[in-house]
Design a protein around this ligand. Structure first.
Ligand code: SF4
Ligand code: SF4
Length: 430
């Protein structure tokens, strides 16, 4: 059979002369000699390398010559985006917040909170919409959702009672600043709200975090947030610690990994990662990194994560297939605002033409809904070697003009990945 080199391979030469190759569709990673790589690159097996070639084929580095790799990625993408078995709802019980992050895109929004009527309609809407679903995920978002914890409690109770009766699998997660989590509500978070995954943001170490967050309650400390992260992990909640970096706090943020490494946490549930802050193109913030700088930034980040044990093998680097990058593109995924308006993306909350319905009246398949349901992807993504991991990126970032545009940061950190692999290898040889 004729083969070809997969269009989703990425590779680089390591300092010892060997080649690191990874494929973002199969998620395979390998290190091989230049000669072996040359055989695979040309997709021509030499007799002596027959075993290697068949391994490369199993790992997806070479594929049958007639394979339409793009169509395969799109088929997987569509099976995920158009599943009629799963639904997701991002609920904002409030846009009010107990902090004032300087970068918050909700700045300028008038803070609002759900009314009794909207709570009732939200529950009814979700239960009706999910009549035949096998799995439902609720994502709590705000503002700070825990400032309305009684709403989380009530909506969770009513939804779980009915979904349990129906035998529907129920999952919940929350994006929070972590200040309102404590020993007092941890049992309710886990058992009553069934929250199994939490994202907490850190903006720096110690005072830097507090200065950037601007908590209204001045008794909130950096250590309190760390303690709450640890508390969640010990209750078997998966905690993604999002560390927001820019030029002004990068070195400080790297030190957060030292603090996390010594935390009294269940490390299997602790997943820190770094996210570069971004600004609107109309109001560029000079402190934000440009995409050309991301490889240098992530070279430092990955080295620190390796030193502190948060990356132990090359599998900890972003080389893997992902089918879940933009929830707005999933047909049965919706954002519910405190007013009960339904849209597809939390970044488009204040955009009237993006509203696709209301919890009291349901969804209208209008032009906004049609746009988000379109299976087509942009032309540049069809030939892009990062498609299986980026999934055609962020439409909101492109259309609303923020961040790095449509493309994921992953498309800009190849050199950092190769350098991290070098560093891991050198450490393992010490
Ligand atoms: S369009 Fe962008 S911001 Fe909106 S859900 Fe998708 S990835 Fe997230
Ligand atoms: S958005 Fe950018 S990085 Fe992502 S698949 Fe499209 S071209 Fe590639």
């Amino acid at each position: 059979m004729q083969h070809k080199f997969s269009m989703y391979n990425h590779y680089g030469t390591l300092r010892d002369g060997s080649v690191l190759i990874y494929n973002v569709l199969s998620s395979a990673v390998a290190i091989m000699s230049q000669e072996e790589f040359s055989s695979i690159h040309k997709a021509v097996p030499l007799d002596a390398e027959a075993d290697l070639f068949s391994a490369a084929s199993e790992m997806g580095f070479v594929v049958p010559a007639e394979e339409d790799e793009l169509s395969k990625v799109l088929a997987l993408r569509n099976s995920n985006n158009y599943s009629d078995k799963r639904a997701g709802f991002q609920i904002l019980p409030t846009t009010g917040c107990n902090a004032r992050c300087f970068y918050c895109y909700e700045q300028g929004f008038k803070a609002s909170t759900m009314t009794r009527e909207t709570i009732d309609s939200t529950v009814e809407f979700i239960l009706n919409y999910c009549e035949n679903m096998e799995e439902v995920t609720i994502a709590w978002f705000g503002g700070e959702p825990f400032t309305c914890e009684n709403y989380i409690a009530e909506i969770s109770k009513r939804l779980t009672a009915e979904f349990d009766r129906r035998g529907t699998r129920y999952f919940a997660n929350v994006i929070t600043n972590g200040a309102l989590i404590s020993e007092k509500n941890i049992d309710a978070i886990v058992k009553d709200y069934r929250i199994s995954s939490v994202q907490i943001t850190l903006d720096g170490r110690g005072e830097k975090h507090l200065a950037r967050k601007g908590f209204l309650d001045k008794s909130v400390s950096y250590q309190l947030i760390l303690n709450n992260i640890a508390l969640l992990t010990r209750h078997n909640v998966h905690v993604m610690v999002r560390i927001n970096v820019d030029r002004e706090n990068l070195e400080d943020c790297l030190a957060i990994f030292d603090d996390l490494a010594v935390l009294d946490a269940d490390k299997d549930n602790l997943w820190p990662y770094v996210a570069p802050l971004y600004s609107d193109r109309s109001k560029p913030n000079q402190d934000c990194f440009g995409k050309d700088e991301l490889s240098d930034v992530f070279t430092k980040v990955y080295k620190k994560m390796i030193d502190t044990g948060f990356i132990q093998t090359v599998n900890g680097l972003p080389m893997n297939f992902s089918n879940a990058t933009c929830c707005a593109k999933m047909l049965n995924n919706f954002v519910i605002s405190p007013e009960g308006d339904i849209s597809k993306c939390e970044h488009l909350l204040n955009v009237p033409e993006e509203v696709i319905g209301h919890v009291s009246s349901g969804i209208v398949f209008n032009s906004a809904m049609a746009k988000w349901s379109d299976a087509n992807i942009p032309e540049q993504c069809k030939t892009c070697s990062y498609l299986p991991v980026c999934q055609a990126g962020c439409t909101a970032a492109e259309t609303r003009g923020f961040g790095f545009g449509r493309c994921s940061y992953i498309a800009f950190v190849h050199d950092a990945i190769i350098e991290a692999a070098n560093y891991l290898l050198e450490r393992s040889e010490e």
